[in-house]
Write a protein that binds this ligand. Sequence first.
Ligand code: BEZ
Ligand code: FE
Length: 313
Amino acid sequence: MFELPKKEDIFNHGIPSTPDDITEIVIKAMGQTGNPRLREILTALVKHLHAFGREVKLNDEEFTQALDAVTRLGHLSVGKHNETVVMSDALGFSTLVMILNQNRDADQMSPALLGPFYTRKDPEYPNGFNIARDTPKESDIPLFVRGRVQDKHGKPLANALVEVWHASPEGLYDNQDETMPANNLRGKFRTDGDGQFHFRTIRPASYPIPTHGLVGDMLRAQGRHPFRAAHLHFTVSADDHATLVTQIFPQDDLFVESDCVFGVTSADLAIDFPMHDDGKAPDDDVTGAYCTLDLTFDLSPGESRLPQSPINA
Ligand code: BEZ
Ligand code: FE
């Protein structure tokens, strides 16, 4: 059984006299939302959602399709796949929110999307470790990454945590490909007393995002390709400093200016991955061509907090 609210507790928002009144009435009805931030967000949401419906003059069939699309997003977001995140990314909304929330000076490295494949469960390794755990292929290009973590004044940060993850040259993360060893191409490293870290991996390649669901349908309908520019993902954190989430792209990648999730958020993230063939690779087993990457991450003061994983990996 339910209990009827008392008459004096009921807020009468009224009945629309014209179609235009409906927006105002809905906003009025939500005006009692106790939490002021929630009230602000919901009011703006109703305002813009109604304006959108009016602008495109949404018909019944399109409205049904829109509701189906939202339902599909939920159904497709299971286990190791999060279609909702991928949709937000492909709409450029994730990048917009990230840009709105960055608290970094113009001369600091830009942040970039976390993406849907961050697991947070990758093991911590000693510096120099090779995170490419799969059987090497002839086409793999060894990549030696060196970096330094510093504060915004250039002072090295010791014991900072650097997490890295990236897709294989075939374009798959370990959690998308059952044949890969667990935690292939993922790892955590700590900086030494000079704020330095280094590790080995293989050069990533550009790859298509998952297109089996709604995002794939949208990209096809829009004539957009599904490729991301090749990249390495990083989170960089240190005590009393805001965690930096970013991605680094080879500047000569074919998709740097057309990344399908608008992931190249700033030109400073597209940099040179120089190739070498001098027989002087840092590891003796590398006798042919290899490439290197030198990075400097600078952190602002703030709260050190690792992001949550968007998937159940
Ligand atoms: C990625 O970085 O791996 C990614 C980002 C957005 C959508 C799909 C994949
Ligand atoms: Fe990625």
